[in-house]
Design a protein around this ligand. Structure first.
Ligand SMILES: Nc1ncnc2c1ncn2[C@@H]1O[C@H](COP(=O)(O)OP(=O)(O)OP(=O)(O)O)[C@@H](O)[C@H]1O
Ligand SMILES: [Mg+2]
Length: 529
């Protein structure tokens, strides 16, 4: 199989998506109820069958059915079977797909977690809607944590470091810049609001390993190991649109960071489907928007195809829309002037077909019918064709909780992420420091300063503690760090050797935590810095 069957034209012309052009990104657009989700499902399951792992966000909960076979007793079966027949698909049969469910809130899938340090100040700042001054303070907090070997893992750590920054504002001013109490206060309040949306679930350990999105099933079908379809339960997540958008961006950046340069592979390493894609761009600050554009542009040569799904194609900014080579445009409505603008804009993006009046066709398309244009072998877009989309073989609509539980129990990552672990990080170190200070103050009061100074130290110093924390971190995530530093750092030369010595250096010196913090910062600190 070297292409994905999308469907056929009225006169039987086959429309397909070439696997070796599938990393040139794509768009699935159309008004509500026109067939976007079904199109996504049919494309995703064919990628899986071709051995390409898939990630998709399930915004309405109606994509979980991709894990189960369809059935001829299902209410839409008649129209699906009729469509298959109309397209001359003689081997149409219901079939399941290997799927793994994920859920940031851990209810309907494995939790996905990252650390504050890996998320980095830029995305966090955006997530909290900070202004420039507040962003500056957040940056200082990150640098302060780095320089003092304080690990930023969860929200609690960030709160603790912010408090330490506020407490030491005077000393920090000369070194890093101004830390106003007002800004710290705002950030802390935002963090609390953010926490109340459930974001505290998202920050912590075990941190997600991106390799788990790049897996194939063990059982081969027609000699090809099927790509696992990773379904992100995004129904609850959608109620916090900023968290949704930031999370997806973080994921893309992690991928970018972890994957080697490939050029145009025979087939993608992973295909990523973004539903409700407009949320990525809604009130995104210019700096962040530029980075989205950059990540989308660069990630294709790492073999990742990104497909945006949205109701209105003009919701995707032009700079990004211009990078979407494979297009499936379902019907649009023409009620408002904005609708009409969208139709005109959509029509303009297609390579002209003299036999097709695209603007008229867009408003006339049936459900499950679309205007299709994909990239050809020579890299040019195919002439736009009115296409009946082939139906999926898996189930349309949601699965039952029981089915989900069974699938989860067989998941290849069962037990890996399900329980959160908490280890010594900034919050604990800073709390210990305060406790130490209190204890010393008490002793001074009791015995007098001279006596206390004269006696040998009992407890580990802050630096020793921080050093230990850094060591723990190095041991726990050396693998991730090695991978990250190879790609996140843009250093040339013998990367493996410099990574090894850098890690050794981190472990070897008590003050290595600073280096570690910088190491652990992924692309968001690298590319997005
Ligand atoms: N290719 C197809 N063949 C047959 N029927 C289809 C096809 N595509 C869609 N349909 C029918 O149309 C219905 C709606 O499609 P779908 O859920 O994909 O719409 P949508 O564009 O995702 O809508 P929304 O914007 O509300 O999410 C499906 O439940 C199915 O019955
Ligand atoms: Mg839909």
């Amino acid at each position: 199989m070297d292409d994905i069957f999308l469907g056929g034209t009225a006169n039987g012309e086959r429309q397909s998506l070439l696997l070796d052009r599938a990393n040139r990104h794509g768009l699935i657009a159309g008004a509500t109820g026109t067939g976007k989700t079904v199109t996504l499902q049919t494309i995703a399951e064919q990628f899986s069958a071709a051995g390409v792992p898939v990630f998709l966000s399930d915004v309405k909960g109606d994509l979980s059915g991709i894990s189960m076979p369809g059935s001829s007793t299902f209410k839409h079966a008649a129209s699906l079977e009729a469509r298959a027949k109309e397209l001359g698909v003689t081997d149409y049969a219901y079939r399941d797909n290997p799927a793994v469910f994920w859920d940031l809130y851990g209810r309907n899938g494995h939790p996905i977690r990252t650390t504050i340090s890996e998320m980095g100040p830029l995305l966090l700042g955006r997530l909290m809607g900070l202004n420039e001054t507040q962003e500056g303070v957040l940056n200082i907090a990150f640098r302060y944590a780095d320089d003092n070997a304080l690990l930023l893992i969860d929200l609690e750590d960030l709160q603790a470091v912010l408090m330490a920054c506020a407490a030491n504002a005077k000393e920090l001013a000369g070194r890093y810049g101004n830390v106003s109490r007002a800004s710290v206060g705002t950030i802390q309040r935002q963090l609390l609001a953010f926490e109340s949306q459930g974001a505290d679930m998202f920050f912590g350990e075990p941190a997600f390993e991106i390799g788990d999105f790049l897996k194939c099933d063990d059982t081969a079908q027609d000699g090809i190991k099927r790509g696992i379809i990773n379904v992100l339960a995004a129904d609850k997540l959608m109620q916090s649109p900023k968290l949704y958008a930031t999370f997806l961006l973080w994921l893309l950046s992690e991928l970018f960071d972890a994957l080697p340069e490939l050029g145009d592979p025979e087939k993608p390493i992973l295909v990523f489907f973004f539903d409700e894609a407009h949320l990525l761009f809604d009130d995104a600050p210019a700096a962040l928007f530029d980075k989205v554009e950059q990540v989308v542009r660069l990630i294709r040569s790492k073999g990742v195809g990104v497909y945006f799904i949205t109701q209105n194609p003009i919701d995707i900014p032009e700079k990004i829309a211009g990078q979407l080579g494979n297009r499936v445009q379902h019907a649009l409505r023409a009620f408002t002037p904005r609708d009409q603008r969208a139709i005109r804009a959509a029509a303009e993006t297609f390579r002209i077909n003299p036999e097709l009046d695209v603007e008229t066709a867009i408003t006339e398309l049936k459900v499950g019918e679309a205007l299709v244009s994909t990239l050809q072998a020579d890299g040019s877009p195919s002439v736009v064709q009115r296409t009946l989309i082939v139906p999926p073989r898996s189930r349309l609509g949601p699965i039952t909780p029981k089915e989900r539980a069974i699938i989860q129990s067989m998941s290849p990552v069962a037990g890996k992420y399900d329980d959160k672990i908490d280890r010594q990080s900034a919050a604990e170190v800073l709390a210990a420091k305060t406790a130490d200070a209190v204890a010393v103050a008490q002793e001074v009061e009791e015995k007098g300063e001279e006596a206390v100074r004269a006696q040998p130290r009992k407890s580990a110093t802050l630096w020793e503690k921080a050093g230990k924390a850094a060591l723990g971190a190095a041991a726990a995530s050396a693998g991730t760090m090695v991978a990250r530093s190879m790609t996140g750092r843009k250093s040339s030369g013998n990367i493996a050797a410099s990574t090894a010595s850098a890690v050794a250096g981190t472990i070897g010196t008590a003050l290595g935590g600073a280096a570690l913090g910088r190491f652990a910062r992924g692309l968001l600190g690298g590319l997005l810095r």
